[in-house]
Design a protein around this ligand. Sequence first.
Ligand SMILES: [Zn+2]
Length: 136
Amino acid sequence: MLGHYDKPLPADDIEARPFWERAREHRLAVQRCDSCGHRHFPPGPVCPACLSDKQSWEDVSGRATLLSWVVFHRAYWVSFRDDVPYDACLVQLEEGPIMVSNFADGIPSGVRAGMAMRVVFDDVSPQLTLPRFVPA
Ligand SMILES: [Zn+2]
């Protein structure tokens, strides 16, 4: 869906910009440390495992495991008012990093922790694509 998007936008910072650029190309990527190989998310200036500032971006499979989810019944931002109730989910990527996201099609039937998930890309505006998750 393309069009007007009035929800909070990701910060346009130098660490996160490569993530959002790849998401627009429907690629899911995380930072990988050039020194120790640790993959991590969210992005940052140094590796959380060894503090090296040598970081590269690496595409990941998009396969994940559902760790948890929650349904928000209160709009904490005015722009989410029409979406209540909405979900948020926590997934662990096959490559290790944990990511907060949403279910692309609402809470899956038979949802359970440990469920296999895969990423899909939601083009919410010409400038912004959000990775979301569906059952694999
Ligand atoms: Zn490292």
